[in-house]
Design a protein. Structure first.
Length: 484
């Protein structure tokens, strides 16, 4: 089903616990081997880490990165065109699967080049079930709760010996047994602050890792410090901190600090941060941490809920990337796109583990700051400066604006081109509408996951207008258009 309004969709699944990762905003030389033709287009050390952690050859790692990038873009576009029957998406090899609850949605998925899977429950229904089940169970017994989009069900991980009690509590709350799978785990999640000194940043006697550079400072994990706490190396003050419930914080640093839009790959180089477009379930991600360095894995679920001894945290990214104490607050990247900051989890980098990350967008929004980028990704689309009629404005997430105004502009038969340059780290869309029968009809649109869009449309004479939509993220935009 095509959407009939510009409202945003939740592109997430309910998940489970927290983990930690680190980022060092530093610059360094090119990693050994990064000048090989097959890896030159990727961040130094990324392909090598994938070879080590995922058991891939160089060619397989490069091919996987290319495939994941293409499929994530396709997933993002498909979700924008579906209505509330969407039930999640995942990547398996070189194939994108999209779950829907109706035949019309399945047809749209297939038409877009993905594999449709018809299921009983929509993602919003599963998210509600996961939240209800998590609230019903005793906090001390539950390690994590998340939506498994592939099985169209909710999974609850609980302490050893607690399966019976949790199952009974969930059923008593009115959640059917067939909707929730309760699994016992041998290790409960914990936040990963290490009191041993390291080369990240310090809060009293504890150590955490920088997440991503942002306006005036950096974002990190909320459990690393409360509002007003001070840091050293670099020195700063926690101005925003939320934990539990969320696990994000913003640290304002001194004016002498140089903020770099990059992540330490612990292989003699850095990875430039180009934006913060969200990756799909199944996509490859890599994280950086001051304890264990650079490690890779895949996204298992989104919008996870996790219970720590301090309380429950929701809205997290669940992955199989390893991490250890001291990595807390560090960065998670999908290619050059910032995903989140390490919160907590289980396991280690010797035997493997489950990791959870606080999405970066929520932290930036709460602090009212912007991600600092260092390039390496999508650049502003060519042609904005050359468009004949410029426009500009500012939007909050979910908002939209008509340009040059609500009444539109007149155009002769021929080709209309439009260009949008949105704020870094957001997803802004550009729609071309034509007046028809007293209403506006969309005739062309740019709805990729990028903040920047190009639209080209050849049509008949009439009255047109541009609609700029802040699908996710806020900020100022510029652009322009040219008529026949």
């Amino acid at each position: 089903m095509r959407r009939t309004s510009f409202r945003a969709f939740t592109v997430a699944t309910a998940a489970a616990t927290l983990l930690a990762a680190s980022i060092t905003a530093a610059t360094a030389g090119t990693a050994a081997g990064s000048d090989r033709p097959e890896v030159a287009g990727y961040a130094p050390g990324m392909v090598a880490a994938m070879e080590r952690d995922l058991g891939l050859t160089t060619a397989q790692a490069v091919d996987r990165l290319k495939t994941d990038e293409s499929l994530s873009e396709k997933q993002h576009t498909i979700i924008k065109t579906l209505d509330k029957g969407y039930a999640g998406a995942w990547v398996d090899g070189d194939e994108l699967f999209v779950a829907v609850t109706d035949k019309a949605g399945a047809a749209e998925v297939r038409a877009a080049g993905a594999t449709a899977v018809t299921v009983d429950k929509s993602l919003s229904q599963l998210d509600r079930l996961a939240a209800k089940a998590h609230r019903a169970a005793p906090d001390a017994k539950v390690a994590a709760t998340y939506v498994d989009v592939e099985s169209n069900s909710v999974v609850m991980e609980v302490a050893k010996g607690a399966k019976g009690a949790v199952t009974a509590a969930v059923r008593q709350a009115g959640v059917s047994a067939g909707s929730v799978s309760v699994v016992e785990v041998t290790e409960m999640p914990r936040t990963l602050i290490n009191v041993v000194g390291g080369n990240a940043y310090y809060i009293g006697g504890s150590r955490c890792s920088v997440g991503f550079s942002a306006t005036g400072g950096f974002v990190t994990a909320g459990h690393c410090g409360s509002r007003g706490a001070t840091t050293s190396q670099p020195s700063g003050t926690f101005q925003v901190s939320s934990f539990p419930g969320n696990d994000y914080a913003y640290v304002n640093t001194g004016t002498d600090d140089t903020l770099i839009g990059a992540v330490n790959n612990y292989n003699g180089g850095t990875v430039n941060v180009a934006g913060s477009s969200a990756a799909a379930v199944g996509a490859t991600v890599c994280r950086s941490g001051s304890t264990t360095g650079w490690h890779c894995g895949t996204i298992q679920a989104l919008n996870s809920s996790v219970t720590y001894p301090q309380g429950t945290v929701s809205g997290l990214i669940r992955t199989n990337v390893c991490a250890e104490p001291g990595d807390s607050g560090g960065s998670l990247l999908a290619g050059t796109q910032a995903q989140g900051m390490t919160s907590g989890g289980s396991g280690n980098c010797s035997s493997g583990g489950t990791t959870y990350f606080q999405p970066v967008g929520e932290a930036l929004s709460a602090a009212g700051v912007s991600l600092i980028t260092g390039g390496g990704g999508t650049t502003p689309p060519p042609g904005c400066a050359s468009q004949r009629t410029p426009f500009s404005g500012s939007l909050s997430s979910g908002g939209q604006a008509a340009k040059p105004g609500a009444t539109g502009f007149s155009a002769l038969s021929g080709t209309i081109t439009g260009c949008l340059d949105g704020p870094t780290g957001t997803d802004f869309d550009l729609h071309l509408q034509k007046a028809s029968g007293g209403s506006w009809v969309t005739v062309a649109q740019g709805i990729t996951s990028s903040p920047d869009e190009n639209v080209r449309y050849t049509g008949t004479s009439g009255t047109y207008r541009w609609v700029i939509q802040a699908y996710s993220g806020s900020g100022s935009y510029t652009g322009g258009y040219t008529t026949p």
